[in-house]
Design a protein around this ligand. Structure first.
Ligand code: BYC
Length: 319
């Protein structure tokens, strides 16, 4: 994507700061294109956290024990926190979060493809924590070194919580993997359904990723989509082997020379269909979000009225 005309001296100084590894902060000068790319990426990330509550929220009432229910509630609540935290980060770029939420609700903004798949069994709660949060950690640990300060700092905190999420997921998988034949089968079925969508979370292959070159140049991204996907596979295959699970990929094999677990071709037509809105749950997810937004109108009105009252009190006290 060409960089729009900017003051060349300002642009050169900005790029020198990036090259020197400096952090760009909200009041610093930045090219409009950098602001736009960050707004796009961060708002999509925030939307993903919010929509990401739905597949797991679906199982809170059906968690098999009080302990499982508590940790699932805590995890889902954390995702809400991550969403709000990243919306705050996005606001430092000069956009209003209400505008961003509107973009999500009217279908202009994207969110991660992974949340358009259904959660059909309890094992999915384990597998989402293990694979989906595991993939998110691989992606976000690198984003914690992104050039934009507020985003990088948000990622540091979020990754700490994602680690808890991954551990609670993997622990659920461990229990099921050592359980009855029916529990093992439920776990394997879940891995069969979530493995490929988890690989798709990293985005299109590098040759088909229109945003990567610019984001890498400005050090928002520090690794390519394919590099991160490979890192995830390398970390995860040994964990699957430890659980006695089969990865649903007949082409998966270890390359002694490179030290990589090489995997088969991703079904990109499925990926693009889901991103276009034609995945198994896209429609349901958006209907649920729109209903939640409408039903939450009174909360927003009450919070606004409270804030105005507080402000009026402060103004009176200061007068
Ligand atoms: N799903 O040029 P590319 C979580 C879009 S939440 C949907 O490679 P980029 C969690 C992409 O937006 C995890 N769309 O893009 C929460 C672009 O379209 P536009 C969410 C995708 O930005 C609850 C087009 O495809 N994490 O952890 O360079 C429970 C071309 O792609 C996807 C983040 O959001 C996808 N998977 O790279 C549990 C991390 N992939 O916008 C867990 C932050 C690509 O040009 N985001 N697209 O119309 C990123 O790291 C990057 O934005 C991506 C994509 C790697 C996702």
């Amino acid at each position: 994507m060409p960089v729009p005309a900017e003051d060349p001296a300002l642009l050169a100084a900005f790029e020198a700061r990036i090259a020197a590894g400096e952090s760009i902060e909200p009041k610093d000068w930045m090219p409009e294109r950098y602001r736009k790319q960050l707004t796009r990426m961060m708002s999509q990330h925030a939307h993903s956290e919010i929509v990401g509550m739905l597949p797991e929220g679906n199982w809170i009432t059906r968690a098999p024990s009080l302990r499982r229910k508590l940790s699932l509630i805590a995890k889902v609540q954390d995702e809400a926190g991550h969403g709000l935290y990243i919306y705050c980060g996005t606001e430092t770029l000069g956009v209003d979060r209400h505008e961003l939420v509107e973009q999500l609700l009217d279908g202009r903004a994207k969110y991660s493809s992974i949340f358009n798949y259904p959660t059909l069994a309890w094992a999915d709660m384990g597998v989402i924590g293990w694979l989906v949060d595991g993939a998110a950690i691989v992606n976000q640990t690198v984003l914690a070194k992104a050039s934009y300060g507020p985003y990088a700092r948000a990622m540091v905190r979020i990754c700490k919580e994602e680690n808890f999420h991954k551990r609670q997921g993997y622990e659920i998988c461990t229990v099921l993997a050592n359980g009855t034949p029916a529990q093992k089968a439920m776990l394997q079925d879940s891995v069969n359904r979530f493995w490929w969508p988890a690989l798709m979370m990293f985005g299109p292959s590098d040759t088909n990723s229109p945003n990567s070159a610019e984001l890498l140049r400005w050090r928002v991204k520090r690794k390519t989509n394919d590099e991160l996907r490979q890192r995830f596979v390398n970390l995860t295959v040994p964990q699957a082997i430890a659980l006695g699970l089969t990865i649903p990929d007949p082409d998966l094999h270890f390359n002694e020379a490179t030290g990589d677990w090489e995997f088969g071709e991703i079904d990109w037509s499925e990926f693009y269909e889901v991103v276009k809105g034609n995945g198994p749950c896209n429609q349901e997810r958006m209907e649920t979000r729109r209903a939640a937004h409408e039903n939450g109108e009174w909360v927003r009105a009450a919070a606004t009225a409270h804030a105005e009252k507080q402000r009026a009190r402060r103004d009176t006290a200061a007068a």
